[in-house]
Design a protein around this ligand. Structure first.
Ligand code: FES
Length: 152
């Protein structure tokens, strides 16, 4: 036990200050942890497929687009990539890679790789391989004679 009451008061003030500092650190850590958790929650919801709405037609009998009748081929119409896959089905996706904005290409079979950093998207626009963390918008293709309608 201390004999000098002044010294005891000083020690008590130091203990109080130490207690307040530790409390603030703990409170800050709690706030920081909850912020991180909410930020992680937001990033998972922001991983929705990117891309604008489109609605256009392609005349497959035209010189410009007749190559699209060949399986494995693809064309770009503005920011949409339209492909004829290995099964002869038409697939249209938003062509701008969400990672850094390069145009994705078609592998001639069923996948859409990005030539810039290696992301790969499937025919639904979902990420098969990163670094892209979100997919690209898929559009509906409807063939009526030689007229392919792309919308969505
Ligand atoms: S821009 Fe497509 S993977 Fe980086």
């Amino acid at each position: 036990m201390e004999k000098n009451p002044e010294k005891q008061t000083v020690k008590s003030n130091i203990d109080r200050r130490d207690f307040l500092q530790k409390s603030l650190l703990l409170a800050g850590g709690t706030v920081g942890a909850s912020w991180l958790l909410s930020a992680c929650g937001k990033s998972s919801t922001s991983a929705a497929a990117s891309g604008p709405s489109v609605n256009f037609t392609i005349d497959l009998s035209s010189t410009q687009y007749k190559s699209l009748k060949t399986k494995g081929s693809y064309v770009y119409v503005n920011t949409t990539i339209v492909a004829c896959d290995a099964s002869g089905n038409y697939v249209a996706l938003y062509s701008v890679c969400p990672h850094a904005g390069c145009d994705i290409i078609f592998d001639g079979s069923s996948q859409f790789p990005c030539p810039c950093h290696g992301s790969i998207f499937d025919e639904s626009g979902n990420v098969v391989q990163g670094p892209a963390s979100s997919g690209v918008r898929k559009y509906t293709c409807t063939l009526n004679g030689n007229i392919l309608t792309v919308a969505g």
